[in-house]
Design a protein around this ligand. Structure first.
Ligand SMILES: *Cc1c(COP(=O)(O)O)cnc(C)c1O
Length: 496
């Protein structure tokens, strides 16, 4: 199966090349030329497999220049017992009569990004080999917190790779910083950048566009690459867990084969919900995909009116991983719904970059609204939902998941839709203990992050994830702070 650019349908590459390149040369994103179809019988057969088997079935239909054996091996390694609990890679738990929670936070960094970033190193290194590349790949990441740690965990000690992460000095939570600075692995490096997230991000962009530096590194046997969320290799692993959720609901007797489900996703860059859309296109019976936003509700407005407008205030919320005004992966959906018309899509993206907004035509809006519903919840509503969900349903959810639960409840109320529903839970509540503790238990969030973690564990009677609790005992390995203008030199010296 070939992959084409959203901005030039005629530009096609193999799946391995799409993973190596990340972005098409014209700035477009890669999409499969056709979407594989799974019959209900095939889905039903997947229900008898463990998570790794289900993921192998899905990925082997998309990544056709890998053998099934290759993919099975990477998947076993990525989601192995040391990384995820063996019986609960992506468990589905009951919330109430209709709603279920798909827990995507049992990986090493306690957020759903582990599903993609545990697997990407294997896909990327194999893709490099398949495309004839022999240099050591150096992954550079600028992070505001979660992505950096997930990428470090994924690439740590993976042969043929090195990874370097820059985080804003003082711009992350204490837990997030320690998660990164205590990272083990011979091939990892972490720097604090003396600035904010934008400074770190711009520094990394400068390194990527420095041709001289690329040549210098190439002479030393290195190739720079990124683990950006628009890489197809990050999206495709996420499709698998929606198949898996359907299988689990079948196994639990919550649905019969063929019954439609709703899927609710707390959304930022539109990657996770796009994976759910792909699962639907592949044949998983889905009624509505519900896009849940926080106060940065640009997607709610877009899915309601057909106009995307990023010219609006930017809010820092208690669900920081969804504080985004440009949802990059939406480009893929617009291309598909616009009938794969690359010129029409290019015009929309040009309008977005020049004016910060665009409007889709009535046909596309109708197609959007057929598949998607949307809603948003502010911080007060989110906190209230954490409280109510714990008090009424006995379920402790994180801030991002709470946004999704709030939007789902409002959706079910206004539409009367009683379709069995899967709500994606994207992070462990312990990762956001500072908000979850006061919201669920009414106690003030006092003291440092570790104190909050302990308190949340005691009050909820649940153990804090070992990966977070274990940070207490770990030594910090990386303490260097660099000036944003000196990031290149820092990378160069590290690679000597
Ligand atoms: C990244 C992230 C999101 C947003 O996911 P997108 O794929 O960008 O829409 C939601 N919740 C958490 C906890 C995240 O880390």
């Amino acid at each position: 199966m070939q992959y084409c650019s959203t901005r030039n349908s005629k530009y096609t590459v193999s799946s391995a090349q799409a993973i190596v390149s990340g972005l098409a040369p014209d700035g477009g994103l890669f999409l499969p030329e056709s979407i594989p179809a799974f019959s209900l019988e095939e889905i039903s057969a997947m229900a008898r497999l463990p998570y790794t088997g289900r993921a192998t079935e899905v990925l082997s239909r998309f990544l056709t220049d890998f053998t099934r054996e290759e993919l099975a091996e990477y998947i076993e390694k990525a989601y192995s017992r040391v990384k995820f609990p063996p019986e609960a890679v992506a468990p589905v738990v009951r919330l109430d009569d209709c709603a279920n929670i798909l827990e995507l936070f049992h990986g090493p960094t306690c957020a759903f990004k582990d599903f993609a970033l545990q697997l990407l190193p294997y896909l990327l290194t194999a893709s490099l080999k398949k495309t004839g590349e022999h240099r050591t790949v150096v992954i550079l990441v600028a992070t505001s917190g979660d992505t950096g740690k997930a990428a470090l965990e994924g690439f740590a000690d993976v042969p043929g790779t090195k990874i370097c992460v820059f985080y804003p000095d003082g711009g992350t939570s204490n837990i997030q910083r320690l998660q990164m600075t205590t990272q083990s692995g011979e091939n990892v490096m972490v720097f604090a950048a003396n600035g904010n997230f934008d400074d770190a991000q711009n520094g990394v962009k400068r390194i990527f566009t420095d041709q001289e530096f690329a040549k210098d590194l190439s002479g030393r046997g290195y190739l720079l690459s990124s683990a950006n969320s628009i890489n197809w290799g990050r999206l495709v692993p996420q499709i698998a867990y929606y198949f898996s959720a359907y299988c689990d609901l079948l196994n639990q007797g919550r649905i019969q084969l063929g019954d439609p489900i709703n899927i609710v996703v707390p959304t930022g860059n539109f990657g996770n919900i796009l994976a759910a859309y792909f699962a639907k296109q592949c044949g998983v019976p889905v009624h509505k995909l519900v896009c849940a936003s926080n106060q940065n509700n640009v997607l709610t407005d877009f899915l309601t009116t057909g106009t995307y407008d990023r010219n609006r205030p930017f809010y820092l919320t208690t669900s920081p991983s969804m504080d985004i005004l440009i949802s990059s992966n939406l480009e893929r959906l617009l291309y598909l719904l616009g009938g794969r018309d690359d010129q029409k899509l290019t015009a929309l993206m040009k309008s977005l970059s020049e004016t910060g907004k665009y409007s889709v035509d009535a046909q596309v809006l109708e197609a959007l609204q057929k598949d998607f519903a949307a809603g948003c919840a502010d911080d007060a509503k989110t906190a209230q939902t954490i409280h109510d969900t714990y008090a009424q349903d006995g379920y402790l959810c994180d801030t991002h998941t709470a946004v999704a639960v709030a939007v789902y409840r409002a959706y079910a109320q206004t539409t009367g839709d009683r379709t069995p529903t899967v709500i994606a839970s994207t992070a462990s509540p312990f990762k956001f203990a500072g908000t979850v503790l006061p919201a669920a238990f009414g106690v003030p969030a006092q003291g440092d992050d570790f104190g909050l973690l302990k308190q949340l564990s005691e009050l909820s009677n649940q153990p804090a994830p070992a990966a977070l609790a274990g940070l207490w005992d770990k030594a910090e390995r990386f303490t260097t702070v660099v000036e944003p203008m000196k990031m290149k030199e820092a990378v160069s010296d590290w690679l000597r």
